[in-house]
Design a protein around this ligand. Structure first.
Ligand code: NAP
Length: 436
């Protein structure tokens, strides 16, 4: 019998559990740990609430979670409730699928000002992550600045630009829906330090900006390279750049019809944030040019109003005591998923924050192949029986998958009309719901 501990119950965690069951069938027991009492990680608190079709993948993870050899071990923080060394003693392999839950820092003068947030915090706020549910961003100003030109920047810009009925069918949490519906923001500027050919936005997500009820995207034609230059781009990026060209062709009259404009500001590198009474009011930006793919500052700066700033510039994993960490890259130090004997990583904890949800599937299958190669005899491990003893002795309040199903039922019962669920946004309420 093989005993596998997976730390993290998001996509990387459950694809790895699925791969383990496929590989070893009845000869494996998999425990999937999560520090929260609820599973699915990024699917629950990262994927945009108005992208329910992407969240549908959780049904696949549920099937894995309900298989006989897999169990969910929620409300257990590895590194504090139980140490990595303890898990190593109990399981043949410990696989970190902990994602990249922390914001990469902007590192600019003024980034400590009020109403300046990283996307992990801001997205966590509108998705009801217990750590960020109380963020309470001030949306009473007119100008929001979103830093970065990836899909997270698009999510944030779109969420800031929707009206109430456009959230029908979404699971945006009540506090965020009400705050967004009362928002006074009328300009959302997306700042990119490089140009249109260097955006990280994918066409489906970018195209959504064309169909917003009260917002229209604006691109300056002068920022676009000659049309012929698009020929060298890979097809996905070419489609995205074609969309930018469509945005540039939107007539002024259409912008006039919609109260919110989503401005794309290219060749614009944030240089400093300026505040009043402790709160951000302006962003200082340096003009750039792109040379050999790199943004080069040109020394010319300008300021623009910024009542809210959300930086969407990537994420870092959380280090865990006893596990080597690559500080510069912001993820576990690993060789294709191997960290140390018995310790592995997968997904964003392995390769950093890139790719789609589906990218984690091959990752999960390949880490299981590594574990299979490395497992050669050795003393039998106690696995989940040993963990249960330790948890009982320590008084750890483990949340099971059955408990989660009760929490889920309560969230579904509390949903507003047409919504799939109203999430609990604090751990105590989650725990209380599983007892009902
Ligand atoms: P990303 O795609 O890596 O984009 C990060 C952006 O931040 C880039 O435009 C980057 O510019 C910019 N940036 C980085 N450091 C900066 C700095 N110091 N100053 C200014 N700009 C800076 O990351 P992401 O948007 O966080 O997305 C993470 C992953 O999740 C991606 O793979 C994304 O596709 C995926 N995702 C997918 C969806 C979806 O499919 N619907 C939704 C959300 C996220 P440079 O290019 O110049 O470095």
């Amino acid at each position: 019998m093989r005993h596998i501990a997976i730390v993290g119950s998001g996509p990387a965690g459950y694809y790895t559990a699925e791969a383990a069951v496929k590989k070893w069938g009845d000869d494996v027991r998999v425990d999937v740990f999560d520090r929260l009492p609820v599973p699915y990680g990024l699917i629950r608190t990262g994927v945009a609430p108005d992208h329910q079709s992407i969240k549908g993948v959780s049904r696949r993870y549920e099937k894995v979670a309900l298989s006989d050899n897999v169990r969910f071990v929620g409300n257990v923080a590895v590194g504090s409730d139980v140490t990595v060394d303890e898990l190593k003693d109990l399981y043949d392999a410990v696989i970190f699928a902990t994602g990249a839950p922390n914001d990469r820092e902007l590192g600019l003068p003024g980034d400590e000002l009020g109403n300046v947030f990283g996307s992990a915090a801001f997205v966590g706020w509108y998705n009801g992550h217990p750590q960020f549910a109380k963020l309470d961003p001030d949306l009473s100003g007119k100008h929001a600045v979103v830093i970065g030109m990836g899909n997270v920047a698009l999510d944030v810009a779109r969420i800031l630009s929707k009206e109430r009925c456009e959230f029908d069918g979404s699971d945006i949490v009540h506090h965020a829906l009400e705050a967004l519906c009362a928002s006074k923001i009328h300009t959302v500027t997306i700042l990119g330090r490089r140009g249109p050919h260097q955006i990280m936005m994918t066409p489906k997500e970018l195209g959504e900006l064309m169909h917003l009820n009260k917002a229209s995207p604006r691109v300056e034609s002068a920022d676009l390279p000659p049309l012929d230059d698009d020929a060298i781009l890979e097809p996905g990026l070419r489609k995205s750049v074609t969309l930018l060209r469509d945005f540039a062709a939107i007539p002024e009259s259409i912008h006039g019809e919609k109260p919110i404009t989503i401005e794309f500001d290219f060749f614009a590198s944030p240089a400093a944030l300026h505040g009043r009474d402790g709160k951000v009011v302006e962003i200082e930006v340096e003009r750039t040019r792109v040379e050999a793919g790199r943004a080069i500052g040109m020394g010319e700066t300008y300021r623009m109003p910024a009542d809210l700033v959300v930086s969407c510039i990537g994420y870092r994993s959380s280090p865990i005591e006893g596990v080597p960490f690559d500080e510069r890259a912001g993820r576990f130090a690993n060789d294709e998923g191997r960290i140390l004997p018995g310790l592995y990583c997968v997904g964003w904890a392995k390769r950093g924050p890139s790719g789609t949800i589906g990218t984690n599937r091959p990752d999960g299958y390949s880490v299981v192949d590594l574990v299979d190669e490395d497992l050669v005899g050795g003393a039998p491990k106690r696995g989940r029986a040993g963990f249960d003893e330790l948890a009982a002795a320590r008084g750890i309040d483990v949340v099971t998958f059955r408990d989660w199903q009760k929490i889920e039922e309560a969230e579904e019962a509390a949903a507003r009309a047409g919504a799939p669920r109203e999430k609990f946004t604090d751990v105590a309420s989650m725990i209380a719901a599983r007892r009902t």
